[in-house]
Design a protein around this ligand. Structure first.
Ligand SMILES: [Fe+2]
Ligand SMILES: [Fe+2]
Length: 299
C-alpha cells in the first residue's frame, strides 16, 4: 500500500493558491497512491477548505483528512463555531469534496486502519526550564506574544479538557477496531510526540512549543502496539523520529511561496511517500527541515 501525505497548505483567499493546489494534486497522482492524506490547516474559512479539498481529491485514491487548528477557527460572518466545525461541518465538507474526515470514523483498507484526530495541546511540550508560569500558557500569551488560537477558538473547554476529550475518542477508536486489523496508521494535526517539536532556544518560539501537542496522545499510540506510523502537521518544520519502533513524521508545506510561481520543487519537497507492506514500513521519499526557508511568506 502506497501512502502520500502533506499538511499545512494554508491556502490563500481568492484562488491565489489554486495553481499550487493543482500542482500538489498532479504530483500526488504521479505516484498513484492507495491513500492520500492531508493532515490539516488548509483554511480558516470553510468555503475555502471546501474549494481546496475539491481541487486536491485524487480520483483513484482514498482521500483522508484531519482538521487542523486553523480549520476550526470560528467565523463571525457565517456564525460557525469551532466545536461545530470540528464535530460536523468539516465532515460534511469532506464528504462533499471526495474526502473522508477520519476523526469521525477510522478508515480501513485490508488489515490496515487509519485512525485520525485533530489532536490538541495540554502544555506538556512546554520547556519547564523557561520559568514561565502556568497562567501564561492558560492565557496563551507571554510578554505581548499571543498564540492565535486565543482569539479564534470559541468553545468553552480548557485546552486540557479538550485534549482529554480527543484522547478519549482516540482510545475508543483504537479499542473498537475490527479484530482483523494488524497495522494502524495514526493521522493527526497536532503532535503526539515531544521529539517532533523543534525547539530553538529562543523566545517566544519555545513558549509557543507548548501549543504543539500532548505527551498523553503519544502514550496511547505506544500502548496500542499496532501503530507503526504517525503522520502529523502543525509544526512547520518537518521532522522524523523513531519512538518505540513507531515512525513519526510531520509533513507540512507551510507559509512560503516561490516568487516565480513555479511550484515543482516546493511540491516535491512537501509530499511524503510511504509504503506499507507485510514486512512493515518503507519511506520512499521524505524531506526534513523547513522547506519554506528563504521563500517569501504569505502571512
Ligand atoms: Fe499550520
Ligand atoms: Fe496548525
Amino acid at each position: 500500500m502506497r501512502i502520500v501525505a502533506i499538511s499545512d497548505i494554508h491556502a490563500r483567499r481568492n484562488g491565489l493558491d489554486d495553481d499550487l493546489v493543482c500542482a500538489i494534486r498532479s504530483k500526488v497522482e504521479e505516484y498513484s497512491p492507495d491513500v492520500f492524506i492531508v493532515a490539516g490547516d488548509v483554511s480558516e474559512n470553510a468555503e475555502i477548505l471546501r474549494r481546496t479539498l475539491r481541487l486536491l481529491a485524487v480520483p483513484d485514491a482514498a482521500n483522508l483528512y484531519v482538521a487542523g487548528n486553523h480549520d476550526i477557527w470560528f467565523e463571525e460572518r457565517s456564525g460557525l463555531g469551532s466545536f461545530e466545525k470540528y464535530s460536523s461541518v468539516i465532515g460534511d465538507i469532506c464528504r462533499d469534496a471526495g474526502f473522508v474526515h477520519i476523526p469521525d470514523e477510522p478508515y480501513i483498507q485490508g488489515s490496515v486502519a487509519f485512525v485520525g484526530s485533530m489532536g490538541w495541546y495540554d502544555y506538556s511540550f512546554r520547556r519547564v526550564d523557561l520559568d514561565i508560569s502556568e497562567k501564561h500558557y492558560l492565557q496563551k500569551q507571554w510578554r505581548g506574544y499571543v498564540w492565535r488560537d486565543y482569539y479564534a477558538i470559541d468553545w468553552p473547554y480548557t485546552d486540557q479538557e479538550f485534549t482529554t476529550l480527543l484522547n478519549g475518542k482516540l482510545n475508543y477508536d483504537l479499542e473498537t477496531l475490527p479484530e482483523h486489523i494488524e497495522q494502524v496508521v495514526y493521522v493527526s494535526h497536532h503532535l503526539p510526540f515531544r521529539d517532533l517539536t523543534f525547539y530553538k532556544d529562543s523566545l517566544p518560539w519555545d513558549f509557543f512549543s507548548a501549543f504543539m501537542g500532548s505527551v498523553k496522545t503519544g502514550e496511547i499510540l505506544k500502548q496500542d502496539g499496532r501503530v507503526l506510523l504517525s503522520i502529523s502537521g502543525h509544526s512547520h518544520i518537518r521532522r522524523r523520529v523513531e519512538v518505540d519502533g513507531l515512525t513519526a513524521i510531520t509533513v507540512p508545506l507551510g507559509y512560503g511561496r516561490p516568487p516565480d510561481n513555479v511550484y515543482e520543487s516546493l511540491v516535491q519537497d512537501a509530499i511524503a511517500i510511504l509504503k506499507l507492506g507485510d514486512t512493515g514500513l518503507f519511506i520512499e521519499h521524505f524531506v526534513e527541515g523547513d522547506i519554506c526557508e528563504g521563500l517569501p511568506y504569505i502571512f
